[in-house]
Design a protein around this ligand. Structure first.
Ligand code: HEC
Ligand code: HEC
Length: 441
């Protein structure tokens, strides 16, 4: 800096000022004035100098940067030359083929070769724990998959569903269904977050997978997943898949000459595939199977059907209605109307909750007899921490707190895992509560 100053002073007229100073010191006031001017000037000069210095620094940094870039490019070219091909050159003719294309570069292959196998082959170095996973998941995944991987609206559920695989409506999640952990790692690494695939670092992916295992109750909150312990992890449903042995066991049966005429003396209908389809209500499929038996159906021989049935009359509405809900015991007509309205409102809940005799826990707990019941006490349901705490405190649902909760679930129970924005209309709230009160125990 000082060297710069010395050089710069003549340029900015410093000498003239210094001379002026020598001759003009006639009065103190005058001197003081001069000194002030000089000081201002000096400050200006040094500012100029420092700006010039900064500019030089920026330029030299840029030069270093460009040199590094150049070196990188040269390196890439050297690599290309070594591989025997150049992206800008015409493709070499390959004998015995159509003469198109070129051998893939090692780096191109590496970019595609990202699959991870069940034994951990293909995994990059790295690790991640449940806590970090929870943070990354909340930021990048929870908008669609829910804070607890329970799935928002119709986005996929990633946790739970353990005892449902044999049900009519199985909940297949990473926890309940996927046989290999590598599938989760690989799938998430390649394709999630939806719309921003390929943005996760290896450590983030390890952490997220650890968190998904935690959400499935498969590990505790101290679990750390890494390249080293990855292949040891056994998934819940690892034995739930069988190897397809049909080529060995069944195909032989089909190899003989097929029968093309008069293959059976008599043909009997053993089943009817007829469903009386009730137009599914909003947000769910509720087709009602026709419980028809094969009684009274014709049999078929070469001569034709034994008789031709006449069309049955369409069953009346009542028969089609699902009988699972407890009949409302409404004394007042007004209450009955409310219950009916509430049943409609309940469609907003039925993606996650069931009521009635056969109700089961889904992603939300069974709601039978909720009014008057202690918070968070349905057997077998995995509640969030806030609900567990409320259960311990012995808080009881009544009409008032239920209305408040349902109006804005996340405001009333902070950190509840019920991903539902709330019922905005007072009449809906009144109706749903009346309906829930009618659902018995
Ligand atoms: C914008 C919404 C969205 C975001 C954000 C998102 N996902 Fe997904 N996810 C989806 C959709 C949609 C599917 C189903 C894709 C399909 O079936 O092709 C899916 C499927 C999955 C599956 C497979 C589920 C199954 O059982 O088939 C996993 C695992 C998964 N996502 C994990 C994640 C993780 C981890 C993140 C955060 C890094 C994430 N997702 C972020 C929308 C999202
Ligand atoms: C997206 C799924 C989802 C929807 C939709 C949903 N809930 Fe929930 N609900 C849950 C979950 C999950 C819980 C457990 C909350 C927790 O543990 O934090 C819950 C808890 C509850 C509870 C407390 C139960 C108890 O045992 O203490 C009530 C009451 C409830 N929901 C009512 C409703 C009603 C009424 C609707 C419709 C207006 C509805 N929910 C819509 C998922 C849902």
């Amino acid at each position: 800096m000082s060297k710069f100053l010395n050089l710069s002073i003549p340029v900015f007229g410093g000498i003239a000022l210094l001379i002026g100073l020598a001759f003009g010191m006639s009065s103190r006031n005058h001197n003081a004035e001069k000194i002030e001017t000089l000081e201002t000037r000096l400050a200006q000069i040094s500012e100029h100098a420092s700006n010039a210095e900064k500019a030089t620094k920026v330029q030299s940094d840029r030069a270093v940067e460009l040199e590094t870039k150049l070196a990188e490019i040269e390196e890439v070219y050297a690599e290309l030359a070594k591989n025997g091909s150049d992206l800008t050159q015409a493709a070499p003719a390959v004998p015995g083929t159509l003469g198109i294309g070129r051998p893939a570069h090692a780096k191109e292959i590496a970019a595609w070769d990202v699959d991870v196998l069940p034994d951990g082959r293909g995994l990059p170095e790295g690790s991640g724990d449940v806590f970090v996973g929870e943070e990354v998941f909340a930021e990048k995944c929870a908008a669609c998959h829910g804070d607890f991987a329970e799935g928002v609206d119709n986005w996929p559920v990633l946790a739970g569903g353990f005892d449902t695989l044999a049900d009519k409506d199985p909940v297949k999640t990473v926890g309940s269904y996927w046989p290999h952990l590598s599938t989760a790692w690989d799938y998430i690494n390649r394709s999630m977050p939806f719309g921003a695939a390929g943005t996760l670092t290896p450590d983030e992916t390890y952490a997220i997978v650890a968190y998904i295992l935690y959400s499935n109750d498969l590990v505790d909150d101290e679990f750390v997943l890494s390249k080293d312990n990855f292949s040891e992890f056994e998934m819940y449903n690892k034995d739930g898949f069988v190897i397809d042995d049909r080529p060995a066991t069944e195909y032989a049966n089909w190899q003989g000459e097929p029968c093309m005429s008069d293959c059976k003396d008599e043909v009997n209908i053993t089943m009817r595939s007829v469903f009386l389809v009730d137009t599914p209500p909003e947000g769910g499929s509720d087709s009602v199977p026709n419980m028809a038996t094969i009684d009274g159906l014709p049999s078929f021989t070469k001569e034709g059907p034994s008789f031709i049935p006449v069309a049955e009359e369409k069953p009346v509405e009542e028969n089609v209605e699902k009988a699972s809900l407890a009949t409302p015991s409404a004394e007042v007509a007004g209450t009955a109307d409310l219950i009916k309205a509430g049943k409609k409102v309940f469609k907003k809940c039925s993606a996650c909750h069931q009521v009635g005799d056969k109700a089961k826990n889904r992603s939300g707990p069974v709601l039978n007899g909720i009014v008057g019941r202690t918070f968070g006490t349905v057997d077998g349901f995995k509640y969030s921490k806030v609900f567990k705490a409320a259960a311990e405190e012995g808080r009881v649902w009544d009409e008032a707190n239920l209305a408040e909760f349902l109006k804005k679930p996340k405001a009333y129970m902070k950190q509840t895992k019920m991903s539902f924005s709330g019922l905005k209309k007072d009449e809906d709230l009144m109706a749903i509560i009346e309906y829930l009160k009618s659902t018995g125990q």
